[in-house]
Design a protein around this ligand. Sequence first.
Ligand SMILES: *[C@@H]1O[C@H](CO)[C@@H](O)[C@H](O)[C@H]1NC(C)=O
Ligand SMILES: *[C@@H]1O[C@H](CO)[C@@H](O)[C@H](O)[C@H]1NC(C)=O
Ligand SMILES: *[C@@H]1O[C@H](CO)[C@@H](O)[C@H](O)[C@H]1NC(C)=O
Length: 558
Amino acid sequence: MQLSKLSLALVTLFGILPSSVLGQEGEKKQTTTTQIAQSSDYTSDFTSYSDFNSYTISTDASDSYPELALVERNKKNKKTTRSKSTGTNQVKVQKTGSASSNSGWGSASKPSSVRKPSKNAANGAGVAGSVGPLTSLSEKSNICDITDYGAVAGNETDISTAITNAFNNCVLKTSGSTLRIPEGNWLMTKPVVLNGGTKWAFQIQGLITCSYSTSAWSASSYNTAIVIKNANDFEMYSDNGKGAIQGNGYVYRITSGEQHDEGWMRLVRIVSSTNVSVHDLILVDSPMYFLVVYLCTNVEVYYITIRGGNTGMTDGIDISGYNYFVHDVEVTNKDECVCVKSPSTNAEISNIYCSSSGGVSIGSLQSGANVTNIKISDVYNYNTNSLMFIKTKPGGSGFVKNCEFSNFYGYDCAFGIDIDQYWDSKSGSGGVQLENLIFSGFYGSIAAAYSGSSPTRGGVKIIGAYDAPPVDITLEDIVMYKNEGRTGKYIDVYQNAYGEGYELKPDSASASGYTTSITATAAPSGWTQPALPKWNVGSTGYGLTVSIPVYTPAVMWS
Ligand SMILES: *[C@@H]1O[C@H](CO)[C@@H](O)[C@H](O)[C@H]1NC(C)=O
Ligand SMILES: *[C@@H]1O[C@H](CO)[C@@H](O)[C@H](O)[C@H]1NC(C)=O
Ligand SMILES: *[C@@H]1O[C@H](CO)[C@@H](O)[C@H](O)[C@H]1NC(C)=O
């Protein structure tokens, strides 16, 4: 709609883009689950192993759209077979703001009271009911202090046995208990798996350091320092601002010379649990993923600070399940910020701050994908790979439908909306059906190359599958351009996607497939260059080979 105000040049993509394919990570085999299970074990890390988007922000214009060469190959011998649009998306999308709202997101602080889920979107996206524990902390007044079970402070003696004993002999014996790790420095040298437990809390008031080991953490199949499993009415938290877990991932990197390894430890995993909250914790330098919430129901995650190394496989929060609300979270890393995994039904993710990160995403998805009614809003990005990324691989099945993405802000990010159905440079037929997705209000700047003029990136990059294209897509209010000094081209790409807004073909269009790209040579009307967010920690994040501080800078949620 604003296109007429731009200075535009329509170009044919093929022939001018480099065909180099960027290196990708290998991927762990996917575990397919079609319904929420309450009692089974799940040890998978979802499909995260290749989820690091290798579009690193660089000054090199050559790292652009590696998939397009592949897509061109896939196009041969393939017909677009579109699902019939349901037309559910005819609801009028509310205008969400204007580019001038860029001015307000550079700084951030704790809201005056804990946020409630917002109203569901017009297409139903959002939570489905109350989230979090059923009873308040005052009803969990039976204190199970780890020092009563043999733990010694001082960061010299392993506390994992004391945690397990406090859980088995106190929490499980008395409903309404709080397992307490008091203020102080504590050492963990092996994992704990706390299985079962109803109406309980896990209060972490001090700093837990996980010792370096490439073997000790796999003593539990989860390979994770703290696993909570089959809990109900559960709250994991700190109330003194000091609850933290340090993974010292940099030691793994220095020692091995590698950036990540499937065998390295994760920090926290919540599995098959119900009526849960996790809040006010600082998670630092996990060698691998930070917080994995797997197949849980009625979950609230908030006031979480994640400080990770500047590398892949450091996903901040990976989450799946039914009815969850993730909000007020800050992540610095170089992989997923908050990532919706399948199956996920009815969720809100909002007020998320991603610094030097992969950004917020759904995926990667392949077979049996089941992602519906997800509402993601108010996401603030500094130097991320995209503002909102949906990634699926060909050969997949299932769907992502009835979702709304609104009010995303970015400073110098590789892409804005990034939908990629040939993710990980995979070829093949079939795909995850994307349907009834509303994108509304994307603001800020794209990190086009600093030098050179070859096409690089844009606010919209939609690479739909030729044989399973996205339908019923709405694009509204996209106000993005590149910062001053960025001389590479700003290019939006639309391929095989149907719906309403900008260069999408209407749902009624004949199904033959298409690719359109738009080069913008001037900022769209109303665009102003965003201010550098105060909460960014620099374009290389926390680095890789030095210790990452736990309490500095002060967390947003203090
Ligand atoms: C998707 O997940 C929801 C929630 O668990 C479930 O009710 C539904 O049956 C699933 N649908 C499919 C097709 O697997
Ligand atoms: C705790 O001990 C570990 C292992 O000895 C060490 O690397 C770490 O720096 C210590 N942390 C604190 C906060 O003292
Ligand atoms: C979780 O809470 C809901 C109410 O919000 C309740 O209906 C459900 O039974 C609880 N789950 C369990 C396993 O108790």
